[in-house]
Design a protein around this ligand. Structure first.
Ligand SMILES: Nc1nc2c(ncn2[C@@H]2O[C@H](COP(=O)(O)OP(=O)(O)OP(=O)(O)O)[C@@H](O)[C@H]2O)c(=O)[nH]1
Ligand SMILES: [Mg+2]
Length: 334
């Protein structure tokens, strides 16, 4: 393929926001219940003061270099271990159970004291939170599915009760609804998130997601799609690509025209199932990860400073109001 025909960057400027009611409520319930748990299993960092275990699930779909690169970056920049799992295949789940068992604390009434760990699982929609709980339960207590799962985001609707995944010590998991960042400022980041399946497909144009997928495949110089879908030759033009995919899967509209949205849906679904290969959409080069983690740490510090400044300002205003009231009362006495 002539490299001159490959786009250097993906251009897209539509902002996608997805924060339906159940997420806002979910976030509130997560915050409320946080007091009752010892460990938070995070698919992205949320809780600051709890023991945190960061999980990268669906590792079977990620580029094989991802685990080593991310593990190293987190260890060096945050001193934090991360776990790569494949919940549907029970991969690396035993280690999580061992970790959670070690965190057990004495709880219960004086007459019935027992060792327990209470754990909350939080993260973006569709990353496999409920699947991980089911996997922990399969391994830990040899019992079947307890948390509903599904291929579309928004399956878990509320913060449910506890699910036991180990008998001794007792380890309980709390499932939560996937919570999306209320606002993703960078449109291309939003498309990435959409391609992974964390944003409801109808919110982002499926043909744009398919176009981003084509862009990524060509960036990776992975032209397997030519053989897979009987494409004439590698292309970076979605207008040339989609009709050929539609032809291959026989997606036609009533008048015989190619059904391009159906072809786009098909492609994106194949990608999410790993049929196109293993990909990591984020830049996992050491320098890129360092930049990301440094920026994240700076953002956390500036958020904390802002909170502190807000508190001081609140106190100042309260004092002012009290002073004014006192002055008014003194005036009234005269
Ligand atoms: N390939 C692969 N698929 C997985 C893995 N874990 C979960 N899935 C699939 O991903 C989809 C989403 O899984 P869920 O467990 O429902 O995800 P969730 O994070 O609970 O989603 P919400 O409740 O919507 O927030 C399902 O179709 C699972 O079968 C994994 O490790 N690998
Ligand atoms: Mg769920």
């Amino acid at each position: 393929m002539n490299p001159l025909n490959v786009r250097r960057a993906f251009v897209y400027d539509k902002i996608i926001n997805w924060f339906p009611g159940h997420m806002a409520k979910g976030l509130r319930l997560i915050t409320e219940k946080l007091n009752a748990v010892q460990v938070v299993i995070e698919f992205e960092p949320i809780a600051q003061k709890k023991d945190r275990l960061i999980v990268y699930n669906k590792s079977d779909l990620a580029h094989p270099d991802t685990e080593a690169a991310i593990t190293k970056a987190f260890r060096e920049h945050k001193g934090q271990d991360v776990v790569f799992t494949s919940a549907d295949n029970d991969v690396n789940v035993k280690g999580i159970i061992k970790y959670l068992a070690k965190k057990a604390k004495v709880s219960g009434t004086a007459s019935e004291k027992e060792l327990t760990t209470m754990v909350m699982v939080v993260g973006m929609p569709n990353v496999g939170k409920s699947s991980l709980i089911n996997s922990l339960r399969r391994i830990g207590v040899k019992k079947g599915k307890a948390a509903p799962t599904g291929a579309i985001p928004g399956i878990t609707r509320t913060v449910a009760g506890t699910i036991k995944v180990l008998d001794s010590p007792k380890v309980y998991l709390i499932d939560t609804p996937g919570v999306m960042i209320p606002h993703i400022p960078d449109p291309v980041s939003a498309i990435k998130v959409a391609l992974t399946g964390a944003i409801s497909d109808h919110l982002s144009d499926e043909e744009v997601i398919a176009d981003y997928l084509l862009f990524q495949l060509n960036q990776a110089q992975d032209y397997n799609y030519v053989k897979l879908y009987n494409i004439q030759e590698p292309t970076d033009d979605i207008k040339i690509f989609l009709p050929q995919v539609a032809k291959y899967i026989g997606a036609l509209k009533k008048g015989g025209e190619y059904n391009l949205p159906a072809a786009a849906q098909f492609l994106v679904k194949q990608y999410r199932l790993g049929k196109l290969g293993r990909f990591t959409l984020d830049d996992i080069r050491p320098e890129a990860l360092e930049e990301f983690l440094t920026k994240e740490a700076e953002d956390t510090v500036s958020r904390r400073q802002q909170k502190k400044a807000d508190k001081i300002e609140d106190r100042r205003i309260k004092r002012q109001i009290q002073q004014r009231k006192w002055e008014e009362r003194e005036k009234a006495k005269l």
